[in-house]
Design a protein around this ligand. Sequence first.
Ligand code: KIV
Length: 290
Amino acid sequence: MPASRVTPGDLTRLKADGKRIVALTAYDRPTAMVCEAAGVDVILVGDSLGNVLLGYETTLPVTMDDMLHHVRAVARSTHQALVVADLPFLSYQADQAEALRNAGRFLKEGGAQAVKLEGGSRSAETIERMVTAGIPVMGHLGYTPQSAHVFGRNVVQGRDVDVAMTLVHDALVLEEAGCFAIVLECVPHEVARAISERLRIPTIGIGAGNGCDGQILVFHDAVGWGPGANLKFVKRYANVGDILRQAVSDYAREVREGVFPAAEHSFSMSAEARVLFEQELEEMDASCDE
Ligand code: KIV
């Protein structure tokens, strides 16, 4: 039902109407379905799945194949949210033609409606080409995890005026290049607000304060089930990790004690079939004893 999905244009209208945009990450069907049932506008299949699902230290090892696998699952499982697929490290930085092909794969093979990529002015030409080819692009400025080794421990970007002004400039360049929205990650709230006020397209903040046009969190962090649940900018809305740990230890205990499965979790034969079955077993056992 593609016609009823949120579109990039809808996000611009939400901003123009002063309505805030709700975004979350999802990497699989159950999560995507929870997001959709809750009316989330944008589902990002983020390359954060490298940290959250695959156990990597950074997002750098994530491949196009890893991403496509999860993008397909989320796209198949949703009908309303705008599904944005995150281009992984080196899928768009080295070569323009390769970047376009990879972005296109997310729409053509993955079923996403848009892609996201990191970087300011240096990414503008790549973005322009994608938009010209009919691929909606979400930008990503501030702390960009694919540059983790450049930033080191400097997570918050734009505390210095020089860097803050570069961020403002980059945001304007990305808008001009055709981005339909920009993620602002770990940016002082003053800088994020200044950028949001200067753009027609919406900003989606994560660790960027309340002046953005929308907010995104990593789903697992928001529900208390991920490595980042204790980060300063994360609000934990549930403690799913504790609930799951409790459920799994109850299961393990009941299996060890022989309590599970109980009669109500078991299948049975009809009384007639059981009598016949027992007769056959007796005959078989007797013939074995001979
Ligand atoms: O990969 C991701 O989940 C992201 C969000 C944190 C914006 O890029």
